[in-house]
Design a protein around this ligand. Structure first.
Ligand SMILES: Cc1cc2nc3c(=O)[nH]c(=O)nc-3n(C[C@H](O)[C@H](O)[C@H](O)COP(=O)(O)O)c2cc1C
Length: 156
């Protein structure tokens, strides 16, 4: 029997199965605010049977958006999400975004305590994660999305 269809508990949150709908940008917000599109798109995914549906990448500052139509939560954001009733929250550490650029030896060309060894490259992302963990309810899981491979010869 595959583990895929068995429940998994993360802190106080139990998923019915291990199928996850990943974050999918919709480019359909109005200055970052979710609209009618989201009100039908997300429930449609929620009734699909997947154990977890992740909301699209949500930006914590204006300059971090891919487009003006991307979702946003800023000004006391990481807490607004908890008040809105979300079961979990994630830190985006993948796809070349800011934190990903610290992890990768390819893009992290700094010459300071945040570069070089994996421990040093993880320093700032871990600091951000700890700040998120402090702001996020202790009974709710907090995840992180990672790009684990740079797909360049010689780079681990
Ligand atoms: C339309 C579309 C939008 C996406 N938007 C995001 C996004 O907002 N943030 C993100 O990290 N990944 C995004 N992705 C990547 C997906 O989360 C996922 O990693 C990718 O589709 C690979 O999964 P798959 O092999 O199951 O398709 C997007 C992918 C698609 C097709």
């Amino acid at each position: 029997m595959s583990q895929l269809f068995t429940p998994i508990t993360l802190r106080n949150f139990t998923l019915d199965n291990r199928i996850v709908v990943p974050l999918l940008c919709q480019y359909s917000s109005d200055d970052g605010i979710a609209l009618d599109w989201h009100a039908q798109h997300l429930p449609a995914l929620a009734i699909s049977g997947a154990g977890l549906v992740v909301v699209e990448m949500t930006n914590v500052e204006p300059i971090g958006r891919i487009t003006p139509w991307c979702a946003r939560l800023w000004n006391d954001a990481t807490r607004w999400v908890a008040r809105a009733g979300f079961d979990s929250c994630g830190m985006h550490g993948a796809h070349g975004y800011l934190l990903s650029s610290f992890f990768s030896p390819l893009s992290n060309q700094r010459e300071n305590e945040s570069s070089g060894s994996i421990e040093n490259r993880m320093r700032f992302p871990v600091e951000v994660f700890r700040a998120m963990r402090e702001a996020w309810p202790v009974d709710k899981p907090l995840g992180v999305r990672l790009s684990c491979v740079d797909w360049v010869d010689g780079i681990p």
